[in-house]
Design a protein around this ligand. Structure first.
Ligand SMILES: Nc1ncnc2c1ncn2[C@@H]1O[C@H](COP(=O)(O)OP(=O)(O)OP(=O)(O)O)[C@@H](O)[C@H]1O
Ligand SMILES: [Mg+2]
Length: 465
């Protein structure tokens, strides 16, 4: 017939002839090349024999092979096959099973033709986008993996150099930078490369622990030293002996505690809260803050002497917006980790999606990027993360963006008339012929019904035929 050889092919598998008929009608109205199979067995045979359809609509309840069974056969023959399941009976279990076995979507009968068309269009768009991803070459190599810190931008290369310089000694390091830039990651990296790697690394978030508990947390306490101190407690510094302690958000530490940290730095010793005994500890301190510590010193909320003691070497973590060239590598790193942890199925990202991620400003830095990649990887259905899988705010759309517009009769007519005009044939004759033959086909060749649908008498229709 009049099917364009390049139009997408859709296979409808349903044992109900009426459903096959109405679906074919709706879908071919949009120019899709539709074929039908009246059972699961025959549908599977068609797929195995090839050529593969671009999309399959598959009924769940059929006599003989069920839709879910057919889905498994189809997906094992072609793991990338796009399948939309249909059912008249919606249960949580079938919906869950359907998605688990790799269906793209799941719709309930009776269906709205517009919804069917929108689904098919989206599915085929996804299909085309996925094909366009082609061979995917990740931007990172295995060395980046072991390290866990990714980045080849000049600013990050400087950070890596400083990490290398401070690993040989026990010098105190102060790491500054916005939230989510990788301060803790850098602290761990220093520890891992140092001679202390075999001993503990303990991170303490000073902002998260109330002032009255932080000293006991850090230095421990003796039994009975305060209400609730029913047993002796060993603090983080003692637990960390020989290792590295990471004092995160040090700008939020109370002044009294700061004095005790200074003592550790100067004398290498601590006292448990409520105790008199001095305990020697060998701990390297790495501190971090996202505050302006100089301003805190000026405001007398941070001891100046401690500030100088901590700030022997300073590592300033650049915000992600100053190292956009690292974004593709960080994205690849994140998705590959997710695949390893079996939290995502694909480690591929389409160039368009990567471009969107690279353009975003990332006020939450790497932590925010990581979170967005995770959310996108989880919803990605094909074998690559596409733009449609990114959260709407990242795509630059309002969160409640409307569904893609469906073709109205008016819009379709605009298109048809344009095409007819371009063909050079008499427009009315061309369109009339097309309309009459299609309505006749839709009514199964019944001239009386077709005439009625067209608004013509039977005689007028006969004349046109
Ligand atoms: N360069 C990087 N390469 C790969 N992953 C990174 C990089 N930088 C940060 N991350 C990841 O981003 C997340 C945030 O990093 P991290 O916790 O070190 O940041 P932070 O600066 O301590 O943040 P906050 O101030 O919020 O505590 C972590 O999951 C970390 O593994
Ligand atoms: Mg942190």
């Amino acid at each position: 017939m009049d099917t364009n050889p390049k139009s997408p092919t859709i296979l409808v598998i349903d044992d109900d002839a009426e459903i096959r008929y109405s679906l074919s009608r709706v879908l071919s109205s949009r120019g899709y090349h539709v074929s039908e199979a009246p059972s699961g067995e025959q549908g599977v045979a068609v797929v195995k024999k090839g050529p593969l359809p671009d999309l399959i609509f598959l009924d769940i309840r059929m006599t003989g092979m069920s839709g879910l069974e057919a889905l498994q056969h189809i997906r094992s023959a072609n793991p990338k096959q796009l399948v939309i399941l249909m059912t008249a009976f919606g249960t949580a279990q079938t919906a869950i099973e359907a998605m688990k076995y790799g269906a793209l979507d799941y719709i309930m009968k009776p269906f709205d033709p517009q919804r069917v068309l929108a689904l098919a269009e989206n599915a085929l768009k996804t299909h085309a986008d996925l094909r366009a991803v082609g061979d995917y070459k990740p931007t990172i190599n295995t060395e980046d993996y072991k390290e866990g810190i990714v980045g080849s931008s000049p600013v990050m290369q400087e950070v890596f150099k400083v990490i290398g310089q401070v690993t040989a000694s026990d010098v105190t390091v102060m790491i500054t930078g916005e939230s989510g830039t990788g301060k803790e990651l850098v602290a761990r990296s220093i520890w891992k490369h140092s001679h202390r790697a075999g001993k503990p690394f303990i991170a303490v978030n000073c902002a998260a622990i109330p002032d009255n508990l932080i000293e006991s947390e850090l230095f421990g306490h003796e039994k009975g030293s305060f209400t609730g101190a029913t047993v002796q407690r060993i603090g983080k510094f003692e637990l960390c002996d020989g290792g590295t302690i990471f004092l995160d958000e040090i700008g939020d530490m109370a002044l009294a505690t700061q004095t005790k940290i200074l003592r550790v730095l100067q004398q290498g010793e601590i006292q448990r809260v409520g105790g008199t005994e001095t305990v020697r500890v060998d701990v390297r301190i790495i501190a971090a803050t996202n505050k302006d510590l100089e301003a805190t010193v000026k405001a007398k909320a941070f001891r100046e002497d401690l500030y100088y003691r901590l700030n022997v070497v300073r590592i300033k973590m650049p915000p992600l917006r100053d190292r956009v060239e690292d974004i593709p590598q960080i994205v690849d790193f994140c998705v590959q980790n997710l695949v390893k942890q079996r939290k995502a199925r694909t480690s591929r990202v389409s160039p368009e999606a990567m471009a969107v991620l690279t353009r975003h400003a990332w006020p939450g830095n790497v932590r925010e990027l990581e979170n967005v990649v995770y959310r996108s990887a989880v919803v990605a259905q094909g074998d690559a993360i596409l733009v449609k899988d990114l959260p709407p705010d990242i795509r630059g759309e309002a969160a409640d963006s409307p569904q893609p517009a469906v073709l109205t009769v008016d819009a379709a007519l605009d298109f048809l008339v344009d095409q007819a005009l371009a063909s050079g044939e008499p427009v009315l004759g061309l369109l009339e012929k097309g309309v009459v033959s299609r309505v006749l086909k839709a009514e199964g060749g019944d001239e009386a019904r077709a005439a009625k649908r067209l608004g013509l008498t039977k005689a007028a229709l006969k004349k046109r035929l």
